[in-house]
Design a protein around this ligand. Structure first.
Ligand SMILES: [Zn+2]
Length: 463
């Protein structure tokens, strides 16, 4: 019985088609959480698929209704071996975004796992069924090799992540005892590069808001009224243009982080962003001057205009439109003060004469979280992954994207370690979502090594 043999076991499971088979069953369940009529599929995923799979590994499973009526159910799976052993909380989401069935390439589709060369296509392969399936399979390999895990896992699978995780916060807050743990280890999102094992410990926050200029009731003929009536499209365009330089450097002081801490700089400064095949070319002159590409994504804030509308773009007429709207957002890192974003913007706009621009923040912003790259659990995880893969691990204090990580790091107070198994060009949320075969096999080995090590002496929980 050894770490090497556990890793060999997981390799055999993969090579023998076991992983493909398990994932294919899960992908086949159309758990589209944004489609209310698919709600029974959310329950089916938890009760008919995940519960039997986890019970076979000695987990006690309970499916809970969501405290928020529109939210999907939760599965809590616990295997309590011994109160003296470390406890790990893990997490995954069983729901997926819409399948967009008719937009996939010929020969592939969202609900049938299909292998084409080194790619496995199917909705949820990357986000997130493939990722939590890897972690559960890795625990199974350790359990079979050692006879026990050597730690107490408690796994939470939610089914509303793609709908904004309704009720997740309330559910965790109400079940703090259940989720009391030494560390949180889970998987979602992309690696820095397909071949580069990656660890991230938090996520950027996201703050969405609308800007609008609403001047009057209807449009007015531009020949009779042009030059007399203010044009809301022009006003809003100027207002937006004042928020950044022409190359995207943020000019609103409250939207800028105070700086890049030394430990974050050291962790990310030399990382190369590699989206893999088909990734877009990076625009070198865009964003904050003086930062590396990795610092721009992992250590800084960005402002984006996501949509901008005035008049009727599909059917323009010769009239001064009555209103203009833009949907915008800020991605932000710790320790930016989210509460200052709107007051800072208001002051910025007013001092430039843009009092007519209205700001409407959207509900449910996601908080920014970050764990220091020098945290003992981060160092432990990185050492374990390096031992398994023989590669240098990319360590990100936070992901560039956003996750409801503050529920785990703030509400539950856990050190959060994310080990992503996908890559940036996996087409998650789009047609042709896929995972890479080599990355998935390596991820299974890495997680088996990690869970093996969690049951050994020398974890931060025991030292
Ligand atoms: Zn997603």
């Amino acid at each position: 019985m050894s770490r090497e043999q556990a890793i060999e076991r997981i390799g055999d499971y993969f090579d023998g088609g076991g992983f493909f088979e398990d994932l294919a069953r899960r992908v086949a369940i159309p758990t589209e959480s944004q489609e209310p009529e698919q709600r029974p599929e959310l329950y089916r995923y938890l009760t008919d698929e995940m519960t039997p799979s986890l019970e076979a590994l000695g987990f006690a499973c309970t499916v809970h209704d969501n405290p928020v009526p529109r939210g999907g159910p939760f599965l809590v799976a616990e295997r309590r071996e011994d109160a003296g052993l470390p406890t790990v909380m893990s997490y995954g989401h069983g729901d997926v975004v819409r399948g967009y069935d008719d937009q996939w390439r010929d020969g592939i589709g969202p609900w049938k796992l299909t292998k084409e060369g080194a790619r496995w296509y199917g909705r949820g392969t990357a986000d997130n069924k493939g990722q939590h399936s890897i972690n559960i399979a890795a625990m199974a390999a350790v359990l079979r090799e050692r006879g026990s895990l050597g730690f107490n896992p408690v796994i939470l699978i939610e089914t509303g992540e793609e709908a904004g995780s309704p009720g997740l916060r309330e559910f965790c807050d109400a079940n703090k005892e259940t989720f009391r743990a030494d560390v949180f280890i889970a998987s979602d999102g992309p690696r820095l590069a397909p071949d580069r094992p990656t660890v991230f410990m938090g996520s950027r926050g996201v703050f969405n808001f609308d800007l609008s200029v609403d001047l009057r009731d209807g449009g007015h003929h531009s020949g009779n009224w042009g030059g007399l009536l203010a044009n809301p499209g022009i006003i809003l365009a100027h207002a937006i243009a004042s928020l950044t330089t022409a190359s995207g450097e943020i000019l609103v002081p409250e939207w800028r982080p105070p700086g890049v801490p030394a430990s974050v700089h050291d962790a990310v400064a030399n990382l190369e962003i590699d989206g893999g095949e088909n990734a877009p070319a990076i625009d070198p002159g865009w964003g904050e001057p003086g930062l590396t590409t990795a610092e721009k994504v992992f250590a800084w804030n960005t402002f984006e205009v996501l949509a901008f509308k005035t008049g009727n773009p599909d059917n323009p007429v010769n009239a001064i439109p009555p209103r203009a709207t833009a949907h915008c957002h800020i991605r932000y890192v710790v320790p930016s003060d989210r509460d200052s974003f709107v007051p800072g913007l208001r002051r910025h706009l007013n001092t430039r004469g843009f009092e007519t621009v209205e700001i409407t923040p959207q509900e449910d912003p996601m908080a920014a979280t970050r764990l220091d790259p020098d945290h003992p659990w981060a160092r432990w995880a990185v050492a374990s992954i390096e031992a398994t893969s023989g590669k240098s691990v990319a360590v990100l204090p936070n992901l560039g994207g956003s996750l409801p990580n503050d529920v785990f790091s703030e509400v539950l107070g856990l050190p959060t370690i994310w080990v992503p198994h996908s890559y940036a060009s996996c087409s998650q949320h789009a047609p042709n979502e896929h995972i890479l075969e080599g990355t998935s096999r390596e991820a299974l080995e890495i997680m088996t090594g990690l869970f093996w090590d969690l049951g050994e002496a020398g974890t931060p929980a025991r030292s």
